[in-house]
Design a protein around this ligand. Structure first.
Ligand code: AMP
Ligand code: GLY
Length: 416
């Protein structure tokens, strides 16, 4: 198979790495890719959906795998399918499970899937009146896509009002703030569960834990994710089976009943509450940085599984390795605020000698020198018999990498 991965982050590097290792894959393309994917895949410039479809035709691509949600929300799957191309991911209509939080809530309500109670408002004054009437301070969410930043978890009512104003009046995320959801605040640890599906059959990946806050001990601002590990001990095989039965399958059945059957990867962001697992959000794609720990644990042929799901014939089992995987992000000084680009990166070869994989995110080549090109620079991933062993390997390797002002969290995969 000739496979194309779309995107340029650590998730896409991990996808390329896993697909390139597949016996059924002859060649991997990654558009636009980064300095890491260049080593294992043919890269090319960022393109529009129509241009990507032309490229897939020209290069004889047998399977396209989409990283970022924006392409899915824009209808890349519909476009590729119309042109007879095989692509892994949901249609534009089904991708609304991520691109419209309100749609996701409707699907969940109809299917009886446990989630936080919520109401939608298009008027800021009514939204505030509702906040006033609640016993507990709620969570405020932009209804549309806001690049993962449209969620506010205020501690006080005043902070909740301010969030409503920023989204709906100042429109800091543009039209994503046309309507907002005011949502019950859930409490408990979080887990990410990835379900592969052809619309009917389901295969679950090892459950993972993301680390969204910038600093140790879940302190500091929210980020795109500072690292992950899998499998999370919080979700054992029994709980995972429960999540499949009470959350994943009813959601897929609900989507099919609405005339929008879902194929691809359904990512359930869950909160493990005292009343059981509840959905915080669904995403219509692989998660970043969880993919960087989930894929290394997959024993089965990933390319074959994604292809089966894409053509509606998912039949192979998805088996996992024993043990654990940990991945830690090296970030530019200042991230998630402003940061410098173009800083030289040293020590990757020495780090790799310790048996880790390095998945690039914001990197590029400048006159033959690897330099930074984003807030999240790269991911260092290791496998081990235990989380403890894997994280020890990651942290030893990170000591070898030198990038001026860069930082990383020191508590990922360290279970106390
Ligand atoms: P998101 O950007 O949608 O991934 O959400 C960011 C974070 O906000 C989540 O990872 C949760 O920690 C938090 N969050 C979202 N919804 C709720 C909720 N209903 N209750 C408590 N925390 C939430
Ligand atoms: N790990 C969070 C996300 O991919 O949205």
């Amino acid at each position: 198979m000739r496979v194309m991965v779309i995107g340029s982050g650590g998730r896409e590097h991990a996808l390329c790495w896993k697909l390139a290792a597949s016996p059924s894959v002859e060649k991997v393309f990654c558009l636009p890719g980064n300095a890491g994917t260049m080593e294992i895949a043919e890269t090319g410039p960022a393109r529009s959906i129509a241009e990507l479809a032309d490229f897939a035709h020209q290069k004889g691509i047998d399977l396209t795998v989409v990283g970022p949600e924006a392409y899915l929300a824009e209808g890349i799957v519909d476009c590729f399918r119309e042109r007879g191309l095989t692509i892994f991911g949901p249609t534009q209509a089904a991708a609304r499970i991520e691109s419209s939080k309100f749609f996701a809530k409707e699907v969940m309500a109809r299917a009886g899937v446990p989630t936080a109670a919520s109401r939608r408002f298009t008027d800021p004054i009514e939204a505030k009146e509702y906040v006033e009437s609640l016993a507990e301070v709620p969570v405020i969410k932009a209804d549309g896509l806001a690049a993962g930043k449209g969620v506010f978890v205020p501690e006080t009512r005043e902070e909740a009002f301010a969030a409503i104003d920023q989204l709906m009046v100042s429109r800091i995320y543009g039209s994503a703030g046309k309507s907002v959801l005011v949502e019950e605040r859930l409490r408990g640890p979080e887990a990410s569960v990835f379900a592969l599906t052809d619309g009917k059959e389901v295969r679950l990946f090892p459950p993972a834990q993301d680390h969204k806050r910038a600093y140790d001990g879940d302190q500091g601002p929210n980020t795109g994710g500072m690292g992950a590990f899998a499998p999370t001990p919080l979700v054992d095989r029994g709980l995972l089976a429960e999540i499949e039965e009470t959350i994943i399958r009813p959601t897929l059945e609900g989507l099919a009943a609405l005339g929008t059957p879902y194929t691809g990867l359904l990512y359930a962001g869950l909160m493990l509450t005292q009343q059981g697992p509840k959905v915080i959000e669904f995403n219509c794609r692989f998660g970043d940085p969880e993919t960087q720990v989930v894929l290394p644990l997959v024993k089965s042929d990933l390319a074959g599984l994604l292809w089966e799901a894409a053509v509606g014939k998912l039949k192979s089992p998805l088996e996992w390795e024993d043990g654990a995987a940990v991945s830690v992000v090296l970030a530019s000084g200042g991230y998630p605020g402003t940061y410098q680009k173009g800083i030289p990166i040293f020590g990757l070869a020495e780090a790799k000698e310790l048996g880790v994989e390095i998945f690039h995110a914001g990197t590029s080549l400048k006159d033959g020198q690897l330099v930074t090109g984003g807030g999240r620079i790269l991911n260092v991933m290791a496998r081990g018999n235990s989380l403890h062993q894997a994280s020890a390997k990651v942290y030893a390797a990170l000591e070898k990498i030198r990038v001026k002002d860069a930082f990383f969290r020191r508590d990922i995969g360290i279970i106390r």
